[in-house]
Structure formats: structure tokens, C-alpha cells
Design a protein. Structure first.
Ligand code: GLY
Ligand code: MN
Length: 457
């Protein structure tokens, strides 16, 4: 955990920004996987971690701004729990570590909230993303699932604070990024044709475990890289394949890394693979070069798309004016996702608070296929941490679907594209911090160019 002063000052700042009412932080509980006692790996809610630091199940918290009280609600461990799970500091001791004096039994939160609601106090809470959150709101405040009204004032305050990473947070993220880079480098060294994808997953995930980290999201390691989030790992990697890896570590404090690489199964990429791979790298590097405060990330996305369209035009796969192709959305045949997303205590940082607040500062999002998947669009500010991950994908189902309608036939050369339908996909991803006058890559460099990857094969 950070020092108690960090959590005290974060809460003081939040109180100032929200101004009045009561802020309810719903902590996460243990969740049974296939029976109650066989639980999913416990993960605390990220905003709870940000303001209260405590990575324990069974806690909820209130910041009662109007009555100047901060309370953590939870129960002491029973003797049975201690026998099976071991002892822990008392709840009061845990709360003390993050600067909270008042703890109350878990069951008392209902009465506290009922009283606050009766007295007309505004109760601020964030959007729910687990069934247990909805059940708690139903139990405590009789708010029916689906009828929640999260507080926009609270969301905006949290998003603004969590978006600007402090030095101590950047050090933690950089730790996650260094482990993440080692996960990719180990995979680059270990991959051989004939291996199953899951053998590489084992290599990747063992690096995280060996560094005291867990995963920031389920590992992607696939020879079918055209499927953006492919979690199947059972294929054999054949000569001539590429293995697309998207994997990241999460530090014990909850900070994430997130990188992608696309590795040739053989010692070198084929000349055909290089054509698309080099184009992805060109789009990636053009995006990185454009990073600086004040530039809307949306503009960098448009740039990354235009580079891809120009390159595909040079290969005869696209035609027409690349900028026009991007404006109408024709690029999404090959690049149907965004350029990157915020990263911090969540791999897609604060996504549960609403993309429109995190990535768009309340501005409306595009609904156009491809462009609608851009998670970050707002002007960049110093302290933002985000990924850069343009991709080029050949998705047979999309080729057939759009091809049957001749969609964007002014920009897509379907006859040429047919020759590429089994190419799969290329994505490389790095993590960046926006600085006062530019950007800095976080963590060790992973091989990016074909020469850099081939040097490890
Ligand atoms: N690393 C997975 C993603 O960014 O969506
Ligand atoms: Mn990512």
C-alpha cells in the first residue's frame, strides 16, 4: 500500500470536489466459482483501492461529507476463518493504515444509509458491475437492479483524479510494465513451431507469477490474431504462422501493464508477413511520435488509420484517398478497434465508470463501426497513462459480409483482398505516460520491428 497520507489526501480532495452528501464505496466480496468456498481470485474494486487501499474482501466504506465522517464497515475474522485462512490485522488496524479511525460492523451500513436517505442526504455511488453490488443497493437502499442512478458528480471527480497519475503510481505502473515486457520477451525466446499456444501461455504467465504479480486480464496467445480478443489456446503453432500475444501483469497493489506482440513461428517473418507487419509498425510509430499534451487522442487515432489505409493502398488492397476512406469508416475492415485506452488500476482504466467520461470527457461517441470502439478520444494531459495498439486484421467473416454488399467498394479492392483473407492479424502494443512536453514509454522496451523480434528467435 502507499502511505496513509496518500489515501487521506486523496479522500480530502474527493470531498472537496464532490462538495456535499455522502459517498458510498461498495467494496468487492469473494465470489464462488463452482461452489461457494472455491472462489475466483479476489480482486478489490479499483476505486475502493484508490481511496482506501485495502485489498480485502467484505469491506464497504462511506465518506459522509455533510457530517465529516469516514467509516469502513466490515467484520473481524471469526476463529474458523483464522483456523483455515490464517490471521490478519484487525479491521481497526487495517483502517488505521489508510488513515481511518472509525470502523463499524458490516451490518451497520444499512442503518447508516437508511438514516441518511431519510434525512434527504444525497447518496453518491458509482455504476455497478457485479451482481453483488446490485444486491447490496437493493438491500440497503431498496434500489432495484437496473434502476441505479450513479452520481455523475462523483464519477467525474474520480475520473479526473485517477486519470492524473502521481509519481508513486507511475513507479508502480512501470513495475507492472517491466514484468509485462519480460512476459513477452520470454515468449519470443520460447516459441517454436509445433508447440501448442497453451505452452506459450504457460511461459508468459510463469513470468508474472515469478515476479509476485498476477495477470491484468486473461492472456491472449493465438495463431488466429484476426480475432481481436481470442482466448482459445489449443491450436498448434505451425511453421509460417504468427502468434499474436496480448498479455499483462498486475502488481500486488493492483496496477496494470498491457502489451501486445506478434511473433513469427519461424526464425524470420516471411516477406508477405513483413509487408503488413511493417505497416502496423509504421502506424504505431507515427502514433507515438504524435503524443503530447493538448493533442486529442482521437486525432492520433485518425492518423494511425490513415497510415494503415495509405499502406494498404500501396499494396493494392485499398484504393482512393486514404483520408476519405478513414472519414467514411472503410478502414474498419482492417482496423475495427481503437488505438488505445487509459491504463492504471484497471487495464482499461476506470471502464466501469463509463467510457464517455473516461475517454470522451462527456462528449458523445461515434456510433460508426470501428470508430465506436475507440475508448480514448479526449485531448491528452500530463499524467495520463495509456496504451498504443493499432492493429491490422484480415477477418474472413467481415470480408465476406462487407464483400457481399460491396460495402466501401470505392475504397476496398475486394479482388485483391481475397488473396489476403487468411493472413490473420498483427498487433503490437506499448504503454505511454504523457509528460509536460511529450510522452515516455513505460517499462522495458519489447522488440517491435521484425529485425528486433527476429534477433530473439
Ligand atoms: N489488452 C486487451 C485490450 O486492451 O483490450
Ligand atoms: Mn490494450
Amino acid at each position: 500500500m502507499f502511505s496513509r497520507e496518500t489515501y487521506i489526501s486523496r479522500r480530502n480532495e474527493l470531498k472537496k470536489r464532490v462538495g456535499s452528501g455522502l459517498i458510498l464505496f461498495i467494496g468487492n466480496d469473494e465470489t464462488g466459482c463452482n461452489y461457494e468456498d472455491n472462489t475466483y481470485d479476489f480482486r478489490q474494486d479499483s476505486s475502493f483501492l484508490y481511496y482506501f487501499g485495502l485489498p480485502y474482501a467484505g469491506l464497504n466504506a462511506i465518506i459522509d461529507i455533510d457530517n465529516d465522517r469516514e467509516i469502513i464497515f466490515g467484520d473481524e475474522l471469526t476463529i474458523d476463518a483464522i483456523v483455515w485462512m490464517g490471521n490478519q490485522p484487525t479491521l481497526h488496524e487495517k483502517a488505521g493504515m489508510v488513515g481511518i479511525d472509525t470502523t463499524l460492523p458490516a451490518a451497520d451500513i444499512k442503518g447508516y444509509l437508511e438514516k441518511a436517505a431519510k434525512s434527504g442526504q444525497k447518496i453518491h455511488y458509482t455504476p455497478t458491475y457485479r451482481a453483488e453490488h446490485k444486491l447490496k443497493l437493493l438491500d440497503w437502499l431498496n434500489i432495484k437492479p437496473g434502476a441505479e442512478t450513479p452520481s455523475v458528480d462523483l464519477i467525474r471527480a474520480i475520473v479526473d483524479m485517477r486519470s492524473h497519475k502521481t509519481e508513486e503510481e507511475i513507479a508502480e505502473i512501470e513495475r507492472a510494465c517491466n514484468v509485462t515486457a519480460d512476459m513477452h520477451i520470454a515468449a519470443m525466446k520460447a516459441l517454436r513451431p509445433g508447440m501448442h499456444e497453451y505452452e506459450i501461455v504457460a511461459v508468459i504467465e510463469s513470468v508474472a507469477a515469478a515476479n509476485g504479480c498476477r495477470l491484468s486480464f486473461p492472456t491472449i496467445a493465438t495463431t488466429h490474431g484476426q480475432t481481436l480478443h481470442n482466448h482459445a489456446h489449443h491450436h498448434i503453432v505451425k511453421p509460417g504462422d504468427m502468434l499474436l500475444i496480448d498479455a499483462g501483469a498486475e502488481t500486488p497493489m493492483g496496477y496494470a501493464g498491457d502489451m501486445s506482440s506478434t511473433i513469427c513461428a519461424d526464425k524470420t517473418y516471411t516477406s508477405r508477413q513483413k509487408l503488413i507487419y511493417d505497416l502496423q509498425v509504421a502506424s504505431h510509430l507515427a502514433s507515438v511520435a504524435a503524443l503530447k499534451p493538448g493533442v486529442p487522442f482521437k486525432d492520433i487515432y485518425e492518423l494511425s488509420c490513415t497510415v494503415v489505409c495509405q499502406g494498404l493502398k500501396d499494396l493494392g488492397i485499398m484504393k482512393g484517398d486514404p483520408a476519405e476512406a478513414v472519414a467514411v469508416g472503410a478502414h474498419a475492415m482492417f482496423y475495427p478497434c481503437g488505438l488505445g485506452h487509459m491504463m492504471g488500476l484497471d487495464v482499461h482504466d476506470m471502464e466501469n465508470l463509463g467510457e464517455v467520461w473516461v475517454g470522451y470527457n462527456g462528449e458523445p461517441k461515434s456510433t460508426q463501426f470501428g470508430r465506436k470502439s475507440l475508448r480514448l478520444a479526449r485531448p491528452l494531459e500530463p499524467g495520463f497513462v495509456h496504451t498504443i495498439e493499432p492493429g491490422i486484421y484480415f477477418i474472413p467473416e467481415l470480408i465476406d459480409y462487407w464483400g457481399s454488399e460491396k460495402r466501401f467498394a470505392d475504397f476496398i479492392n475486394y479482388a485483391e483482398l481475397e488473396k489476403w483473407r487468411d493472413f490473420t492479424g498483427v498487433r503490437n502494443e506499448e504503454d505511454y505516460l504523457i509528460t509536460a512536453d511529450g510522452a515516455r514509454r513505460l517499462g522495458k522496451k519489447i522488440p517491435l520491428t521484425t529485425e528486433e523480434v527476429e534477433a530473439l528467435r
